[in-house]
Design a protein around this ligand. Structure first.
Ligand SMILES: [Zn+2]
Length: 50
């Protein structure tokens, strides 16, 4: 056994069922999880469900 952080993170993401978001600042569309979703492109928290 070993502790691979990335594999654990991917497994958690799939369990939480990520939703599609759109950034209002730059228009980037991405999958987000949780309450405080940040745009991966510009780090803005002004996002909406796509
Ligand atoms: Zn953005």
């Amino acid at each position: 056994m070993c502790s691979v952080g990335d594999a654990f993170g991917i497994d958690m993401a799939e369990r939480l069922n990520p939703k599609e978001y759109r950034c209002k600042d730059c228009g980037n569309e991405f999958k987000g999880i949780g309450k405080n979703v940040l745009c991966p492109a510009c780090q803005s928290n002004t996002v909406e469900l796509a």
